[in-house]
Design a protein around this ligand. Structure first.
Ligand code: PLP
Length: 503
C-alpha cells in the first residue's frame, strides 16, 4: 500500500475554536474614536464581547490552507465526475473576470458607464446563437437548472399566448437529467416519463403514445446521461411538433457537440447551456454558475427582460421596464452572473469556431478511449460510440466478488483519483458515469484506467482491501444518509474520546 498516493491531505484539522487561546487574538480596534459607541442605543449594545476564536494570523492562515489540502479539486487531480464536466479551467479566464472594469462595476450604473460590459454580453449572446443555431439568448439564469425553468416558463407563456391552456404535461425520457422532471414540477406541469430503447435512445413508440394535446413540451437531455447522442432527433422533433408541443433541449453537456450539432437548426425551440461546464468556470462548490437559454422563433417574444440591445449608433443599452410586454419578466437580479459570463466569453474568444469543435472532438475521443480500456474488466451496458461520457457498471464484478460500485469508487481515492459519478443514471445497475473531459493527458487517462483494472483484480484477490477503502484519506466511509437527513452543523466543545483531532 506504500505506493498509493492519497487524493487529499492526510489529517483532519482542528476547528478555529479548538485552536483558540485567550488573549491570542487581535480583538482590539486600533484608535477607536472616543465617542464611537455613543450614538448606538443602549439596548443594542452587547453586554459581553462575542465569543470569537482567538488565534494569531499565521495560525489562521495555516488553518485555512491546511483545510484546502483536504479538498480534491481539478487543480490537484483527475476528476472524471460524469455529467458535471469537471474540466480544466484556463487561468487566463480568471484574470479576465478579475479585471477591475468588470469586477468593480456597480450593477446599477447607468448604461452609458457600462458600455464595455454590455458589449461583452451582447457579443456573447451572438456567439451562443451562432453555435446553437438559435435566434436569441438570455444570459440571466444563474445555473443550468434555472435555465431549464426559464425555458419551460417561456413554453408556458407561449401556449397561453395562443389560448392553448389545456396542456399540462411535460415528457421526459428516463435517461434525462434529474433537474428536468424537477423543472417540470416547479413550472406546474405533470411529468410523463418515457423509457429508453435497447440502444439507449428514446423509445419512439412509447414517445408517440405519450404525446398528445395535453403535452406542453418534451425535455430532451442530449447527449443523454448515458453519454449517447440521440440519433432519432429528426423523428422525435417531428412527432413533438405534430401535436403542437415544443421541444426543449437540455444542453448542459454541449461540450460534446460543439461545431457538429446545432439544436436550433435541427428544430429545437429552446436549450440551455451550462457555461460553467462547457466554457469553463471553476464549479462544484455550489456556485456561482450560469445557464444561458437560447430560443428559436416561437419563444423569442417571451425572453426574460431586460435584454441587452444594440442601438443603431453602435451603443448598447438594457431594455427598459415594460418595453417588451410579452416577456416572462426577470428571472435573476441584474443581468446574470457576469463574472462567469466574462470567463465564458474569454474561453469562446480564445478557442474560436474551429477550436471549439476541437474541444468537443477531444472530449469524445477521451471518453471513447477510456470506454475501450475498461471493456472486458467492467460491463459497458451501451457499448457503442459515446459522446463526452459513458456508463460502465460493476454489476458482474458484484456478482462474482461482492464488491460494489461504491467500493470501487472509494478505492479509487487511494489511487489518487476522484471517483466518477456513481449510481447514476438510475437505469443502469451499479453504474459509474465516467467523463474524462477534453483536457486530460493520455498518461492521466491510462493511470485512471490502470487503477480501475487493478481494483477489479483486487476485488478477486483481496476483496477486504476494497471493501474497507479508502485507507489513505483522512476519513473513511461516511454515514451519508444521516449526514443528509440530520446534519449536525452546530459546533460545541468536544471532550476526551469525542475529540476527532489530536490536541
Ligand atoms: C449539470 C446538469 C444540469 C444542471 O445544471 P446546474 O448548473 O448544476 O443547475 C442539468 N442537466 C444536465 C444534463 C447537467 O449535466
Amino acid at each position: 500500500m506504500t505506493d498509493l498516493r492519497p487524493a487529499v491531505g492526510p489529517v483532519l484539522q482542528p476547528t478555529l475554536d479548538e485552536l483558540s487561546r485567550p488573549g491570542r487574538g487581535v480583538t482590539r480596534v486600533p484608535h477607536p474614536p472616543a465617542d464611537a459607541l455613543a450614538g448606538i442605543p443602549a439596548e443594542q449594545l452587547r453586554a459581553r464581547p462575542p465569543a470569537l476564536p482567538e488565534v494569531d494570523e499565521p495560525e489562521a492562515v495555516r488553518h485555512f490552507v491546511n483545510l484546502s489540502h483536504l479538498n480534491f479539486a481539478v487543480d490537484t487531480g483527475f476528476y472524471p465526475l460524469g455529467s458535471c464536466t469537471m474540466k480544466w479551467n484556463p487561468k487566463i479566464n480568471e484574470w479576465a473576470a478579475r479585471l477591475p472594469g468588470f469586477a468593480d462595476l456597480h450593477p446599477l450604473v447607468p448604461d452609458a458607464a457600462a458600455q464595455g460590459t454590455l458589449q461583452l454580453l451582447w457579443e456573447l449572446e451572438q456567439w451562443l446563437c451562432e453555435i446553437s443555431g438559435m435566434r436569441a439568448v438570455t444570459l440571466q439564469p444563474a445555473a443550468g437548472a434555472q435555465g431549464e425553468l426559464t425555458g419551460i416558463l417561456m413554453v408556458r407563456a407561449y401556449h397561453r399566448s395562443r389560448g392553448d391552456v389545456e396542456r399540462s404535461e411535460i415528457i421526459v425520457p428516463d435517461s434525462s437529467h434529474g433537474t428536468n422532471p424537477a423543472t417540470a414540477s416547479m413550472a406546474g406541469y405533470r411529468t410523463v416519463t418515457v423509457p429508453s430503447d435497447a440502444r439507449g435512445g428514446v423509445d419512439l413508440v412509447a414517445l408517440r403514445a405519450a404525446l398528445g394535446l395535453r403535452t406542453a413540451a418534451l425535455m430532451l437531455t442530449n447527449p443523454s446521461t448515458l453519454g449517447l447522442f440521440e440519433d432519432q432527433v429528426v423523428e422525435i422533433l417531428e412527432a413533438v411538433h405534430a401535436v403542437g408541443a415544443l421541444a426543449y433541449m437540455d444542453g448542459a453537456n454541449f461540450n460534446a457537440v460543439m461545431g457538429t450539432f446545432r439544436p436550433g437548426a435541427a428544430g429545437f425551440d429552446a436549450m440551455h447551456f451550462n457555461t460553467h461546464k462547457t466554457f469553463a468556470t471553476p464549479h462544484g462548490g455550489g456556485g456561482p454558475g450560469s445557464g444561458p437559454v437560447a430560443v428559436g422563433e416561437r419563444l423569442l417574444p417571451f425572453l426574460p427582460a431586460p435584454r441587452v440591445l444594440r442601438e443603431a449608433d453602435g451603443s448598447f443599452r438594457l431594455e427598459r421596464p415594460g418595453e417588451r410586454p410579452a416577456s416572462i419578466g426577470r428571472v435573476r437580479s441584474y443581468v446574470g452572473s457576469v463574472g462567469v459570463l466574462v470567463r465564458a466569453y474569454a474561453y469562446l474568444r480564445a478557442h474560436g469556431g474551429s477550436g471549439l469543435r476541437e474541444v468537443s472532438e477531444d472530449a469524445v475521443l477521451a471518453a471513447n478511449y477510456l470506454r475501450h480500456r475498461l471493456r472486458g474488466t467492467y460491463d459497458i451496458p451501451y457499448d457503442r460510440v459515446c459522446k463526452h461520457e459513458f456508463v460502465a457498471s460493476s454489476a458482474t464484478l458484484h456478482r462474482e466478488t461482492g464488491i460494489r460500485t461504491l467500493d470501487v469508487a472509494k478505492r479509487l481515492i487511494d489511487h489518487g483519483h476522484h471517483p466518477p459519478t456513481i449510481y447514476f443514471p438510475l437505469i443502469v445497475e451499479e453504474a459509474m458515469l465516467i467523463e474524462p473531459t477534453e483536457t486530460e493527458a493520455l498518461e492521466t487517462l491510462d493511470d485512471f484506467a490502470d487503477a480501475l483494472v487493478t481494483i477489479a483484480a483486487e476485488a478477486h484477490t483481496d476483496p477486504d482491501a476494497v471493501h474497507t477503502a479508502p485507507h489513505t484519506a483522512p476519513v473513511r466511509r461516511l454515514d451519508e444518509a444521516t449526514a443528509a437527513r440530520q446534519p449536525d452543523l452546530h459546533w460545541r466543545p468536544m471532550t476526551g474520546a469525542e475529540m476527532p483531532c489530536p490536541d
